[in-house]
Design a protein around this ligand. Structure first.
Ligand code: ATP
Ligand code: MG
Length: 299
């Protein structure tokens, strides 16, 4: 059975997509895991990174192979659908096939997901279980993967709720800056409240796997102070209200993803994974360490 992880934060631009894509790539490439990456954001940034949109996305859409088409079919059809039919098996494929990662697969995103609510209205008429649509879809491919990584959108909307319901755990990327304080509190509280209000959908609650600091700049004093604040905050008893056990170290990944705009920009604009991007060795090592830490955490 696949271990399903949502990458979540309601704040935009904190590194959700970057972490989803590179964590998925690292688990597949460095640790030989079978990984499915799901692009559950209508901005479809993960898809844009992995495919060269111009030459491949149109083709996929025509073939009906996107998350929108899979969900629409599932909502409208009472018979079971096999999600495997919608999954792209050739990722990071450039013209020479040089960067193909065979065990990294993609369920492509779609801008049409801005109308996700209308799909859910159909589900509502059928059985009312709107938050279970992704979870239901995943059952047909659970046995094909070791990990499913879901990139989500920056709102607590239906996508994030569906994603949380389908996941074993969730990771919160965070920029170490004061504005993140309130957001963190609200985020954990709302996810907890949501999962508590839907206990009948799952046997277990989705686990908070931890915060990953991204855009981290080691020599900026403010950022280091924020990290100290965060460690203290994650030691507090108030966390029990969110269903999280206090323990500063355990709730924050040791590995931090440092701020490297040029490397990440290049990787995205050239549709390349980090291991094919110039000057990326530090970023590669950070993602390797992050994946290793994750594997240890969920053992
Ligand atoms: N560690 C990093 N160092 C430098 N730039 C980064 C880093 N992580 C992400 N970026 C860049 O910051 C921008 C936002 O990152 P990303 O798209 O991953 O955030 P996001 O949380 O997914 O955003 P959204 O909420 O819009 O989906 C992108 O241009 C990305 O390339
Ligand atoms: Mg994103």
């Amino acid at each position: 059975m696949a271990y399903v992880i949502s990458i979540v934060n309601f704040k935009g631009g904190v590194g959700k997509t970057t972490i989803a894509v590179n964590l998925a790539t690292t688990l597949a490439k460095d640790f030989d895991k079978r990984v499915l990456l799901i692009d559950f954001d209508a901005q479809m940034n993960a898809t844009t990174h992995i495919l060269s949109i111009a030459d491949r996305y149109d083709e996929l859409f025509k073939q009906g192979k996107t998350i929108h088409q899979a969900m629409e079919r599932k909502a409208n059809n009472r018979e079971a659908i096999n999600l495997d039919d919608y999954i792209l098996k050739e990722t990071f494929k450039n013209n020479n096939d040089l960067t193909l990662i065979p065990n990294l697969h993609l369920l492509a995103g779609a801008t049409e997901m801005v109308e996700f609510e209308s799909i859910l209205n159909t589900v509502k008429k059928e059985n009312g279980k709107t938050y279970l649509l992704l979870s239901d879809l995943l059952t047909s491919v659970h046995g094909n993967y070791d990990f499913v990584i879901i990139d989500t959108s920056p709102y607590l909307g239906h996508e994030v709720r569906n994603s949380i319901m389908a996941s074993n755990g969730y990771i919160v990327p965070l920029i170490p800056e004061p504005f993140s304080k309130n957001g963190l509190n609200v985020l954990l509280k709302r996810i907890h409240k949501f999962t508590m209000n839907h206990p009948t959908y799952k046997n277990t609650y989705t686990k908070f796997l931890g915060v990953v600091f991204s855009h981290f700049r080691r020599n900026v004093q403010d950022e280091n102070s924020f990290i100290h604040w965060c460690r203290d905050w994650f030691n507090g008893e108030h966390l029990l209200l969110y269903g999280i056990r206090p323990g500063g170290e355990k709730n924050i990944f040791n590995t931090m993803i440092s701020h490297r705009p040029r490397v990440y920009r290049k990787s995205v604009s050239q549709n390349l994974p980090l291991f094919k991007t110039k000057d990326s060795s530090i970023a590669i090592n950070e993602f390797h360490d992050l994946a290793e830490e994750l594997l240890e955490k969920i053992k």
